[in-house]
Design a protein around this ligand. Structure first.
Ligand SMILES: [Zn+2]
Length: 417
């Protein structure tokens, strides 16, 4: 049994301060107003906050490790290495995220995701089904996605359904959209979210094909008009990828994809809350328009996150560097963020000005509910004890996964297992 006492507990509806939280066998068994505790395994955290463990549904990398890095020195590969590094930033569960790539590279990542999900590693964040920023995005809004890997959805799902994968000549970029869908089909339980542009030829058919197989379709890297976006939502799309980024700006006469996402309750919106990718004012506006229960704060972090400015890293095999405010391709294109979830929480509370309760919803609760993680994402009796202890500056002091201490600021990071 673990007793955490004295901290401000960020509950789903209020902050209990000071409060005591009791953990046993991986779950929170009691939450009560603070009382002096003499339990032998009690931690006293006066002046600290305890919040639900952060869930990042869009993260490519951190600390120099990219989800698609094939050369990571770790027996579990890059995904396992990420899972070990993310608790230092308060993350207890994450969707490993890829950029467009060939079928063999995709298969390798999804195999790693499957292995990590089959056997949850100790001292690591939970690995959730992957988020593919897929091959089926609009090149005009591609950002840092490798152009040579983008494909048309037209006909891909017909051939994918028949399992007509070609496979040859991938190194030369000779693969089809059907080859990608074949990999998605093959790894179905390990593919959670697929980002696509619905306005592409065959896009709506692909939305339906993916939704029918249980994947979450997220609209993004897209120039969809308002009507095209509504059609995709009607076809089953239920998420938006980094709202406002890599889509046309919100116009009062042409609301576009962003306007449709703000309006549609069926859609939960990711927003990069680093204060750079989206102006804090628009983060505030989006949260107000959709309610914190329909917004997920994400990092879109790359391997450059956690590194010194100027440090080299990679994103899906492309070289990037850590810039002052974001990751950059060699030509200066913004290539994802350098932000981590702990700093996202700091930005939401300190810059955007949301309440602690709303920040916890944005960083954990909404994602848990959307991904069907029952008993996760909240501090409540009976809930899974995935949680983070933050100091007065919202810096991570301890991270727990299933009641196990997986990161402590005061002890050296665990050596890779
Ligand atoms: Zn991304």
């Amino acid at each position: 049994m673990i007793v955490l006492s004295g901290a401000a507990l960020v509950l789903p509806d209020r902050v209990l301060s000071p409060g005591t939280l009791v953990i046993d066998e991986g779950r929170i068994i009691e939450i009560r107003p603070d009382t002096p505790s003499h339990h032998p395994s009690a931690f006293a955290f006066h002046g600290h906050y305890i919040v639900p463990g952060f869930i990042d549904v869009h993260v490519h990398g951190v600390d120099g490790v990219d989800s698609q890095d094939a050369d990571v020195v770790h027996r579990g590969g890059a995904i396992a290495a990420l899972a070990e590094r993310l608790p230092r930033y308060g993350v207890t569960a994450f969707c490993p995220t890829t950029v467009a790539c060939g079928p063999a590279a995709l298969r390798d990542v999804l195999d790693q995701v499957r292995r990590a999900r089959e056997a949850q590693a100790p001292r690591a964040a939970r690995v959730l089904p992957a988020h593919l920023e897929s091959n089926f995005i609009n090149p005009e809004y591609g950002g840092a996605q490798p152009r040579t890997c983008l494909r048309s959805p037209r006909g891909a799902s017909d051939a994918g359904r028949a399992g007509e994968a070609g496979g040859a000549g991938e190194a030369a970029g000779e693969f089809s959209g059907a080859d990608i869908l074949h990999e998605i089909e093959r790894a179905r339980p390990d593919v959670g979210i697929v980002t696509l542009a619905p306005e592409l030829d065959g896009g709506l058919d692909l939305v339906r094909w993916l939704v029918a197989r249980g994947h979450r379709v997220s609209l993004g890297h897209s120039g969809a008009t308002y009507d095209e976006a509504l059609a995709a939502i009607a076809a089953g799309a239920c998420q938006a990828t980094h709202l406002f980024n890599r889509m046309p700006p919100l116009g009062h006469r042409a609301p576009g994809l962003a306007g449709a996402v703000l309006q549609a309750d069926e859609v939960v919106a990711e927003i990069i809350c680093d204060g750079v990718h989206v102006h804090p004012s628009l983060v505030h506006t989006a949260i107000a328009a959709k309610h914190p229960g329909r917004v997920m704060a994400i990092t879109d972090a790359t391997a450059a996150a956690g590194l010194a400015i100027g440090a080299p890293a990679s994103l899906g095999g492309q070289p990037i560097t850590a810039g002052e405010f974001s990751a950059l391709l060699p030509d200066g294109t913004i290539a994802g963020s350098i932000r981590t979830m702990d700093r996202t929480f700091q930005t939401l509370v300190g810059v955007v000005g949301v309440s602690l309760v709303d920040a916890a919803a944005l960083c954990a609760t909404t994602a848990a509910r959307e991904l069907g993680l029952v008993g996760h994402g909240v501090l409540a009796p009976g809930a899974v004890a995935d949680l983070v202890v933050l100091d007065a500056n919202f810096t991570v002091v301890q991270t727990y996964v299933a009641g196990q201490l997986v990161y402590s600021r005061n002890t050296p990071a665990a050596a890779p297992v």
